[in-house]
Design a binder for this molecule. Structure first.
Ligand SMILES: Nc1ncnc2c1ncn2[C@@H]1O[C@H](COP(=O)(O)OP(=O)(O)OP(=O)(O)O)[C@@H](O)[C@H]1O
Ligand SMILES: [Mg+2]
Length: 400
């Protein structure tokens, strides 16, 4: 069928044609923000899930929902090597400038911009990656102690006061939150806690890999009092079916029920895979309805496409030692696996794999569900590792 009209959208952060199965968590965030604006206590939400389950697109949708309701928002994505203050400062500046255009909030927003100037001026020494325009002179004593925890709290309080005066809230959406360093994460949690105690309408809605849950608790033990952790995973069968059938129907195309079932089975309901299968099945089919035979042909193409994109980008970032470690994990199946069993595959003691395991965790490739266990953060990655490093030759260099 005409590839130009193909509705499916495989790709990192590509909005799906049908955002299936996420209404409940969207509603939870809507309620949280509405309560915040009424100065009612509200736990914010952190979306926790593996690669490709749809955290980024969900966060984007929540942001649109919030803006549509008159809530101010900013969005940042934490990369592996940039400081949180460097990411936050330019976004908070934009938020404050926007608030300063609101009559009732102007003075407080200007005070916020002064706080930002103090914040940046002092912290630039520690975080020399901060780059932000300064609109007003700092006010001595305002967010300028030079310690992140106190200054971030002071800054967010000013932002919160300005947002309250403007009759809105500021929601900071942060993607890939697991990459934020522990001390910076602690400062953020503590700042939000201070805002919450004063009922100021500032919050964070975040997303990250499963290790984020543990990292939040390690950063501040009371993190769970501020956040609800919402597991974002594979879609339930009924939702996975909708993810395939609704976009087709919108283009007047039918998918045979058995073909839909086959896609759901092959993808195990994982959102990224659903989009890839939908796209390939559409391109393979000559005409509506898309049949089981079409899906069978599409499966080969979809796997090849995933190998070249979704899996490949992650694989290419690995060192040879990291690849070998993941290959050993894959040998044992989807996991989670005991660290000892993985080490055994590689013929050496567990301790010697500490560094490689740590760097894989830092890169967000694996995580530890419970002490001594290791799991992939990418669904179906074990199959991929066996495809890309087939046979037994990977073992030959296992003694390296
Ligand atoms: N609820 C959904 N229904 C259907 N498709 C979805 C849904 N959520 C996401 N997708 C699709 O899944 C793919 C991955 O989405 P997204 O990039 O948001 O995942 P992610 O969890 O942020 O992944 P990563 O951890 O790699 O950043 C996209 O192609 C998107 O269109
Ligand atoms: Mg993402």
């Amino acid at each position: 069928m005409d590839p130009v009209l193909n509705p499916y959208a495989p790709g990192a952060g590509s909005p799906p044609p049908e955002l299936a199965g996420r209404d409940e968590v969207r509603e939870a965030v809507r309620i949280c923000i509405a309560r915040l604006r009424l100065s009612r206590p509200a736990k914010s939400v952190l979306l926790i899930g593996l690669r490709g389950v749809g955290k980024t697109v969900l966060l984007d949708q929540m942001r649109q929902d919030a803006e549509a309701g008159g809530t101010h928002t900013v969005h940042i994505e934490a990369p592996e090597n940039k400081s949180l203050p460097a990411l936050l400062a330019p976004q908070l500046r934009l938020a404050l400038l926007r608030l300063s255009r609101s009559e009732g909030a102007k003075d407080l927003a200007v005070r916020g911009l002064r706080a930002l100037a103090g914040f940046v001026g002092k912290l630039k020494v520690t975080f020399n990656d901060i780059e932000v325009g300064i609109d007003y002179e700092p006010e001595p004593g305002l967010a300028d102690n030079g310690d992140l925890e106190g200054d971030l709290a002071a800054l967010l309080e000013e932002v919160g006061r300005a947002a309250r005066a403007a009759g809105t809230a500021l929601v900071i959406f942060i993607d890939e939150l697991q990459y934020v360093e522990e001390a910076q994460l602690a400062a953020l949690i503590s700042a939000l806690h201070r805002c919450a105690r004063q009922k100021l309408p500032v919050t964070v809605v975040g997303a990250g890999l499963p290790q984020l849950r543990g990292r939040m608790g390690e950063a501040k033990s009371y993190a769970e009092r501020l956040f609800t952790f919402s597991d974002i995973g594979a879609l339930a069968d009924a939702d996975a079916k909708l993810a395939i059938t609704v976009p087709a129907q919108q283009e007047d195309v039918e998918v045979e029920p058995a073909a839909v079932d086959l896609i759901v089975k092959e993808t195990q309901g994982y959102p990224y895979f659903l989009q890839e299968w939908g796209k390939c099945a559409w391109d393979v089919a000559d005409a509506s309805p898309i049949s089981v035979e079409d899906v069978n042909t599409a499966s080969t193409e979809a796997i090849a496409a995933l190998d070249e994109s979704f899996f490949r980008v992650r694989f290419d970032r690995l060192t040879p030692a990291e690849k070998k470690y993941l290959r050993a994990m894959a040998e044992l199946g989807p996991g989670p696996h005991r660290s000892g069993d993985i080490a055994q595959q590689l013929g050496r003691g567990v301790a010697s794999f500490g560094p490689v395991r740590n760097s894989l965790i830092l890169k967000g490739m694996i995580w530890s569900p419970t002490h001594g266990d290791t799991a992939f953060t990418v669904p179906l990655f074990d199959d991929f590792m066996r495809r890309i490093m087939p046979g037994e030759t990977w073992r030959e260099r296992a003694q390296d």
